[in-house]
Every structure is written in C-alpha cells, then in structure tokens.
Write a protein that binds this ligand. Structure first.
Ligand code: SAM
Length: 390
C-alpha cells in the first residue's frame, strides 16, 4: 500500500480505505474465534502493521482483549518499518499498550536497501532507533529488537562486520539476524533462477554467521535461538511460545494458528482471505466456528527443526514417542546425525539434544537439512512437503 513517507492510514490518505477494510475483516475474524485463556503475548506482524494508525491498533488490541482477555504483564509486540512512523505515532502505539517493538532495519546500506525494495534508508533507521532507545529510557517501552538480514548478494565479511557494529552501537536490547531466504515469486528468487544473483558462497556464508555469533556475543548478548540474540531479560516471549510448540492463535492474511497444537493456515491473498472469511462466518447453513476442522498436528520434524534452533534444544526421544516415531526411524536419524555429534556440532545431554554454540548454531542449516532429508524418507507420505519457515 504505497503511502507518503511517515504518512499513516489517516482517512483520505492513499490506501487508507483498503487498510480500514482489512482491519474490519480482522476484527470479524477475532470476534468469531473460539474462546481461549487470556493472552500472555500478542505479536502484531506483517506486511507492515505500522501502517495502522494508533487508533486502529487500539481497536485491534481491544478486540483481542474482548475475545480472550490480555493477561497482566503480557508482552505486546509490534513490527515497525523505519519509514512508516514518527515519534508522535510511536507515542500513540505505546499509549495503546505496545510493550515491545521489532524494527525492520535489514541493512544500514542505502544501496542494499534499494536492492531489497525497502522504502526506508539508513537515516530513517538511525532516527527510528534513536526514538525507540529514548522511549525505553523514559520507561515507556519495555524492550525493542533490531532486525538485520545476513548473506545478502555481494556481502563481504568486512562490510558485514561494519553492519553488526552499527547495529550494536544503537544499543537495541534484542537483535534478530536472519540468513536471507529466497521467497518464491520474489525479485531475488527470479534473479537467482537466472544465475544473476551474487549470493555469498557456502564458506563465506559460514564465515558471515561465525562473525555474527562472535561479534554479538562479544558485545554481551546471549544467543538464545539460531537467529536471535538478547540482553538478559529481553528474549522475545512470543517467539519462545511458538518455538516451544505451545499453542498460539493467528489471525489475518497468511497467518498460521495452532491453538490446540493443530496447525491452521489462512490464505495469503486479500481475495482468498476475504472468501475464506465469508465462508467461515456466513456459511449458507448459519454461522460456524471461524476455524476450519483442525488440520494436522505440528509434525515431528517441524517440532525438532524449530526446537533445535533454540539454545536449550529438544528432548528428542520424548518428542519422537509423542509423535509415534518408531525406534528404527529414530536410529536412522541418529545415524544421519552421527558426523555432527563426532564434530561436536550436535550435543546430547541426557534426554536433550542441542546445537553447540557457536559452532553448532553456525552450522545449524546443515544439521537441519539432514533432519528434513531423514523426514522425507521416514516421515508419513505427506512429509515430502517442506515445513513452513519459522
Ligand atoms: C520474523 S519477523 C521479525 C521478528 C522480530 N525479530 C522479533 O524479535 O520479534 C520479520 C523479519 O523477518 C526478516 N525477513 C523478512 N523476509 C526475509 C527473508 N526473505 N529472508 C530473511 N529474513 C527475512 C526481516 O528481518 C523482517 O524484519
């Protein structure tokens, strides 16, 4: 939704009608949701939720409060795009109850931001970070995170180290540093298919990750998940709920929910989401619960994949028993992982298996690829489809 810089979804602004319409759909979906216990975390992510005016965010939080209740001390997170808010708007979000912000910086290099198709520039990111740090200093904001993307085309070790130092110098209490994923249908994916994307080779990609782990650790951040680093007390509670396999609600375009451990995904396009919602809420034979028949449980491989990304790893055998994975299959997985155990990348400590830090977390993709290969062989027939990216 193209809006002028720092503009919002104020009436009369380009795209505001479409934002208002989508918000109305979201509020209907939430209102029709089955009931559940008070929410201990809320994550408003996107797209670009910071295109919502503070008043609209208030409506969204009020709808959740009305349907489920929000537990005292809950973590209410909002993703912010550096070019979509100013200090007054931030104040509005904080007054609406937001306690944690995730700032989508991605890079401090203007040429890279242009290549990524991002609207913001380095100056916007520095300004936005200054506002967040000040709000935290005033006690209005409990925590904030800064996102960077690693292993971007043409990235060098020296330039990357500079990016990390810039991010650390802004003093975010939380850092998320993601390896670039080539999403289907994106410009990058098309360029890669044409062999026109200068992505870092495997060794450089491993060096970039190792540099990240060492540089961020040296700055005093704890490494609590493959892509996530936090100062004490600033780990994301919401993401931890997701990674722990506990149930979560999801509402809106492309959202995935697993309130009772059974995953349900919403359509990713406006049209399909509108049609799905109409089908759920206004079926010819009268209103029904918003959610379709519960889908499959969260598969074993996804539980292990997401669990191994966390510092504490997984209780592999217990998960296997709960998922009905047989002894022969489990033995095959252990055999596939034996080289990583020998190399000290994968550790078994009593019932728990975890990646060592930093080597294991740096090589996580290799270990997790083994898991996915094994699951394709030993998992149920439908296991051939790769699990969604976390
Ligand atoms: C995963 S959420 C951020 C969660 C946040 N870090 C937190 O702690 O609450 C959105 C972030 O995903 C990352 N991202 C989006 N598309 C990506 C891609 N194709 N490859 C890698 N990272 C991507 C960007 O850094 C974006 O800001």
């Amino acid at each position: 939704m193209p809006l002028g810089d720092r503009a919002g979804a104020e009436p009369g602004q380009p795209g505001s009608a479409s934002i208002a319409h989508y918000l109305a759909q979201l509020l209907r979906e939430i209102a029709a949701s089955p009931p559940g216990p008070p929410l201990s975390t809320v994550y408003v992510g996107g797209g670009t939720p910071s295109l919502l005016a503070p008043q609209q965010l208030r409506q969204l939080l009020a709808a959740l409060r009305h349907r489920f209740g929000i537990a005292p001390g809950a973590e209410l997170s909002l993703e912010l795009d550096p070019a979509s808010f100013d200090e007054a708007r931030l104040e509005g979000y904080l007054a609406a109850g937001i306690t944690r912000v995730s700032l989508g910086v991605q890079s401090f290099d203007d040429a890279v931001l242009e290549q990524l198709g991002r609207r913001h520039r380095r100056a916007d990111a520095l300004q936005a970070a200054a506002w967040l740090r000040a709000a935290q200093g005033r006690g209005q904001l409990a925590s904030w995170s800064l996102d960077l993307i690693q292993a971007l085309p043409g990235q060098t070790l020296a330039a990357w180290r500079q990016q990390l130092r810039q991010a650390i110098a802004l003093e975010p209490p939380h850092l998320s540093i993601y390896d670039l994923i080539l999403e289907p249908g994106t410009v990058f994916e098309r360029l890669e298919r044409r062999g026109q994307l200068d992505l870092p080779e495997h060794d450089l990609a491993a060096d970039l990750q190792e540099c990240t782990v060492r540089t961020v650790a040296a700055a005093g951040y704890g490494h609590y998940e493959v892509s996530n680093y936090a100062r004490p007390g600033h780990a994301s509670r919401h993401n931890r709920v997701y990674w722990s396999g506990a149930g979560w609600w999801g509402f809106g375009l492309g959202a995935t929910a697993a309130p009772w451990g059974r995953r349900q995904a919403r359509p990713r396009t406006r049209e399909a989401y509108g049609a799905w919602l109409a089908q759920q809420l206004d079926p010819p034979n009268g209103p029904a619960a918003a959610d379709p028949a519960p889908g499959p449980g969260v598969p074993f491989d996804e539980r292990v994949l997401v669990g191994l990304r966390r510092r504490e790893g997984v209780a592999l055998e217990a998960l296997a028993a709960a998922a009905g994975v047989g002894a022969e299959a489990l033995a095959a997985l252990r055999a596939a992982w034996r080289p990583y155990r020998k190399a000290g990348v994968l550790l078994q400590e009593g019932p728990r298996w975890r990646l060592s830090d930093p080597e294991g977390l740096a090589l996580s993709n290799a270990v997790l690829r083994e898991l996915m290969g094994w699951w394709a062989d030993w998992g149920p027939p439908e296991a051939a489809d790769p699990p969604p990216s976390p």
